[in-house]
Design a protein around this ligand. Structure first.
Ligand code: PLZ
Length: 449
């Protein structure tokens, strides 16, 4: 066996370019990847990682990159975080799997207990644990349908809920998520979202909610709706923060009409936005909440958590799966949630957000292509537009992102129009590294002007 490589916070927290990006070793590995991995799997930045921790990734050429992606909002507590790594190692040595449906174990129940404490609302709650975000969304829909005896599912413009058949139908964007993969599941209805930057004229949160409600009532009928499923801040759709009042009004309408209100907090959850969950910001209490990504410090785990009576509507045996709530993933989640609490990652996310916002405002003052700066906590994005201040400029987003990659900063794009640059640093990133990454971003705008 080759020598162990250690990541985690002990990894030197310094950007370092040893070669061009990607370097020769990564290029060689990538050629092999191209021969062996299905062509449909994309790559944002073709460097092969060998260690990661704190705010950096180290690649096989010895380059150290600043991480503004967190593996798409997963490693909020940091990569290979000691509390996660140690609990995982201990669990692997004790037992790796029994299947919770065959013989239970404490880790699963402990995670459900933590979820009941941390998610919005102080009502009685229960959870089911699963493997991926998409699986959590699917299960939320199953539960809502059985509870209500209704079929219709309402989702929103720009939504992203996953890549399985049902969640593809719920996801808004065709390319690359849906193209050629139909037929899709039925009884999915799309309502208009609140997208302040792209509204024509001023539309308040309450007005945007009325617009959606009117469409739901006219086109679907409230009595047919099992659930509305909404990301409280859009993730893949562009980090759009709805106008204040939009979510509370929708939630109130759902309550008044016996519709299950499902918050998809798979990308926004676990301190990312400066609260445990994005719904907390406006005091919205969802009936069901889907979580994944940040929950377990990088191990695959997801959940549906919600009102005990709704969760209990399903017959025994109706929910499950071989690996859902795998003991190793549960051990990781308990470690990750402990870090979030002990290190107060909500405060950290707010500080990192302030740092990014102030630097981004300076960059935007010099580069009018930045039409909008938005987000909350350490979930921040900029939307790039043409000279008219409106037309999406996806090409510029791509060139700026590519420049950042070449200088050792891992950035991601998103948005329905592909013209949004998003920043998702690990919540444990040292602030000087984040400042440096913002400097590289500023250089990227100047160099690509
Ligand atoms: N709901 C809000 O953000 C996953 C997708 C990356 P899974 N987002 C990243 C990609 O291109 O596949 C996501 C999300 C929200 C659901 C999901 C789905 O979570 O764990 O990827 O299934």
């Amino acid at each position: 066996m080759s020598e162990a490589i250690f990541g985690g916070p002990a990894l030197p927290q310094q950007r370092h370019l040893a070669t061009e990006i990607p370097g020769p070793v990564s290029r060689e590995r990538f050629a092999r990847r191209q021969r062996l991995v299905a062509g449909g799997v994309g790559t944002t930045l073709p460097v092969f990682v060998e260690a990661a921790g704190g705010g950096v990734l180290r690649d096989v050429d010895g380059n150290v990159l600043i991480d503004l992606a967190s593996g798409i909002a997963v490693t909020g507590v940091g990569n290979a975080a000691p509390e996660v790594a140690e609990r995982v190692a201990a669990q692997v040595r004790a037992f790796t799997h029994t299947c919770f449906m065959v013989t239970p174990y404490d880790g699963y129940v402990d995670v459900c207990e933590r979820l009941a404490e941390l998610t919005p609302g102080d009502h009685a709650k229960k959870s089911v644990l699963l493997n991926s975000g998409a699986e959590a969304v699917e299960n939320a829909v199953k539960i809502a349908r059985v509870h209500t005896g209704r079929n219709a599912v309402v989702v929103f413009d720009h939504a992203y809920h996953g890549r399985t058949n049902l969640t593809m139908a719920m996801t808004a964007k065709n390319m690359p998520y849906k193209q050629g993969f139909g037929p899709f599941a039925g009884e999915i209805y799309r309502a208009p979202n609140s997208y302040p930057f792209r509204e024509v004229g001023e539309v308040s949160g309450a007005e945007a909610a009325e617009r959606a409600i009117d469409q739901i009532e006219k086109q679907v009928g409230a009595a047919n709706v099992a659930c509305v499923v909404i990301e409280p801040i859009l993730g893949e759709g562009g980090f759009v923060v709805p106008a204040e009042g939009f979510l509370p009004r929708l939630a109130a309408w759902a309550r008044d009409n016996g519709v299950v209100f499902v918050a998809d907090e798979i990308q926004t959850g676990f301190c990312r936005t400066g609260d445990w969950f994005a719904c907390d910001h406006e005091g919205v209490v969802p009936d069901l909440i889907t979580t994944a990504k940040g929950i377990a410090g990088g191990l695959p785990l997801a959940s549906v958590t919600g009102r005990a009576d709704i969760m209990d509507a399903v017959h025994v045996g109706g929910l499950g799966g071989t690996y859902g709530g795998n003991p190793i993933a549960c051990a990781a989640a308990l470690g990750a949630m402990e870090i979030m609490r002990k290190q107060d990652l909500n405060s950290a996310a707010r500080r990192l957000g302030q740092l990014m916002l102030s630097r981004l405002r300076e960059i935007a003052a010099a580069h009018p292509t930045i039409g909008d700066i938005r987000g909350r906590g350490a979930m921040i994005a900029i939307e790039l537009v043409g000279a008219d201040g409106r037309t999406p400029d996806a090409a510029r987003a791509a060139t700026v992102s590519t420049y950042c990659h070449s200088r050792g900063v891992v950035t991601l794009t998103c948005g329905t129009y592909g013209n949004v640059l998003r920043f998702l640093p690990p919540l444990v990133i040292p602030e000087d590294l984040l400042t440096e990454a913002m400097e590289v971003l500023g250089d990227a705008f100047t160099a690509t002007a």
